[in-house]
Design a protein around this ligand. Structure first.
Ligand code: ADP
Length: 264
């Protein structure tokens, strides 16, 4: 039994087959990477898991029980949090306000207006520190953070608000190597806290260092699921890219691995 399992899910948009019998799973304290180029079906996969769309065929299981999400609220109630690429943050608002923004009030705490702001600042700072993010001042506008740090705040927020499954939609795609390294480190932090992470990316070099398992999507179909011991980074790249500019990609991997080693 897995924390989250997708069993031969299919999804059509009219005549377009966006997903065809795709299977994947993730457990607590693991990272499953979902890789694929444009049009592979990654967004469709995320939307089904996060309750935005419904699948036509197949099963979605949480703790071994079949579920069907009618809305994003249903998915969140099941402990599935999605961090989208555009992040839904307000750049001019402070870090701590963004940390609590739009979050459903937690049981026993009450809505934000009853939360004293000193406590909110303290919680935001402590939670971020717990993820290894040292912010100088929680009143600092989110817009002054780097892209990698902003992603990390979004990840820390989801973990704080009780995500059991964290879906990350291309969190590193708009970032350079160094910033991507920052985000990858927080993915590892989330895993260490026992979160089940689904990391969506088109970059095998971002996936390989943090992934426990790799699912490769190609035009809506899965090319298979591979455990980390079943393939090395080069093989993952080949599966993904079909040999495209291997040397260049290899170079990026080496830089990233060095970055992760340096900062951990
Ligand atoms: P990815 O995120 O990997 O780029 P998508 O899930 O967005 O892939 O798309 C998978 C396929 O489904 C593509 O062929 C895309 O054109 C098609 N598709 C996605 N959303 C819709 C939609 N709302 N209506 C029709 N076709 C869609």
């Amino acid at each position: 039994m897995h924390l989250l399992e997708v069993d031969r899910i299919s999804k059509h948009y009219g005549n377009v087959v966006a997903l065809k019998e795709v299977s994947a799973h993730v457990d607590a304290g693991e990272v499953t990477c979902l890789l694929g180029d444009n049009g592979a079906g990654k967004s469709t996969f995320i939307k089904i898991l996060s309750g935005v769309h419904q699948h036509d065929e197949g099963r979605l299981l949480v703790d071994g029980e079949e579920v069907r999400f009618g809305s994003p609220r249903d998915a969140r109630a099941a402990g599935i949090a999605t961090v989208y690429q555009d992040l839904a943050m307000v750049p001019l608002m402070s870090i701590w306000r963004n940390f609590f923004l739009g979050a459903e009030p937690r049981k026993g705490i009450g809505p934000l207006r009853w939360l004293d702001s000193a406590a909110a600042r303290r919680i935001a700072r402590e939670e971020l520190r717990g993820m290894g993010i040292d912010i100088r001042d929680p009143d600092q506008p989110v817009g002054t953070l780097s892209g990698g740090e902003r992603q990390s705040v979004a990840i820390a927020r989801a973990v704080y608000f009780g995500a059991r499954v964290l879906i990350l939609d291309e969190p590193t795609s708009a970032l350079g190597v160094k910033q991507a390294g920052v985000v990858l480190r927080y993915i590892l932090q989330a895993r260490e806290r026992g979160v089940a992470v689904i990391f969506i990316t088109h970059n095998p070099h971002h996936a390989y260092p943090v992934g426990d398992r790799f699912v490769i999507l190609n035009r809506g179909r899965s090319l298979g699921t591979y455990g980390k011991s079943e393939l090395d980074a080069q093989e993952l790249v080949k599966l993904m890219a079909g040999g495209r500019e291997l040397a260049e990609l290899q170079h990026e991997l080496e830089e990233l691995t060095a970055e992760l080693t340096r900062t951990s």
